[in-house]
Design a binder for this molecule. Structure first.
Ligand code: ATP
Ligand SMILES: Nc1nc2c(ncn2[C@@H]2O[C@H](COP(=O)(O)O)[C@@H](O)[C@H]2O)c(=O)[nH]1
Length: 204
């Protein structure tokens, strides 16, 4: 029987650099994870593409996905819905591939309840002032939205103790290396390697 892949969840407050770290990890040729594209009711930012960055949905279409049980998790975050289409995640894990979710903290909690065997990594900022500086510098949010995201961030930071690992995003390259090393270590810890060796020894 095919061994299942590992569900990797990268979460943390808005502006900490989850998207930046994820994109850097996925730009590296040795990365073997599959990225799960989320659905959202947020309007696309400049340069964002439907089906690549998100599946952009109307509120009605998103609520239909909720009713039809098509989401592994979802959350309403600062006025918009965000959610993970469940079929892609299940199918890809069943194929033995690791799936990478980049989601906010409420959604990560829901995934933890459904997939306790997942690997949960919290990306933390060097400081709250640096977090605010990153959201402001990104220039994608109005002043009100920045306030909303900073308020949510204080609550989200308190959740970090529920995660398997906390990775500080001081420098993007270092944060990526830490995340990738954790995944490698986790595969070893979960006896995948031992299992393969056992099989090999049985054959010999
Ligand atoms: N290590 C870092 N040092 C300095 N700036 C960074 C670092 N990581 C990310 N940034 C910058 O911080 C801003 C926010 O990053 P990003 O959009 O990746 O955050 P996010 O956590 O995905 O945010 P959101 O949850 O709102 O989508 C971007 O302008 C990005 O270039
Ligand atoms: N619970 C979920 N959160 C998600 C998902 N996809 C993205 N996100 C998170 O939402 C916020 C805001 O994102 P932005 O693109 O508007 O800046 C951020 O923390 C994302 O990580 C999801 O499927 N479920």
């Amino acid at each position: 029987m095919q061994e299942k892949g590992l569900l990797i969840v990268l979460s943390g407050p808005s502006g900490v650099g989850k998207g930046t770290v994820r994109k850097e990890i996925f730009s590296q040729p040795d990365t073997a994870f599959e990225y799960s594209v989320s659905a959202t009711t947020r309007k696309p930012r400049e340069g964002e593409l439907d089906g690549v960055d998100y599946f952009f949905k109307t509120r009605e279409a998103f609520e239909e996905m909720i009713e039809n049980d098509q989401l592994l998790e979802y959350a309403e975050y600062v006025g918009n819905y965000y959610g993970t289409p469940v079929d892609y995640v299940r199918k890809t894990l069943d194929e033995g591939k690791d799936v990478f979710l980049e989601i906010e903290v409420q959604g990560a909690g829901q995934v933890r309840r459904k997939f306790p065997e997942g690997l949960f990594i919290f990306l933390a900022p060097p400081s709250l002032s640096e977090l605010e500086n990153r959201i402001v510098t990104r220039g994608t949010e109005t002043e009100d939205l920045i306030k909303g995201r900073m308020k949510a961030a204080r609550e989200e930071l308190e959740m970090m103790e529920l995660y398997d690992y906390v990775v500080e995003n001081d420098k993007v390259e270092l944060a990526c290396e830490r995340v990738k090393s954790i995944v490698v270590a986790e595969h070893c810890r979960r006896e995948r390697v031992q299992y393969r060796y056992k099989k090999m020894l049985e054959v010999d």
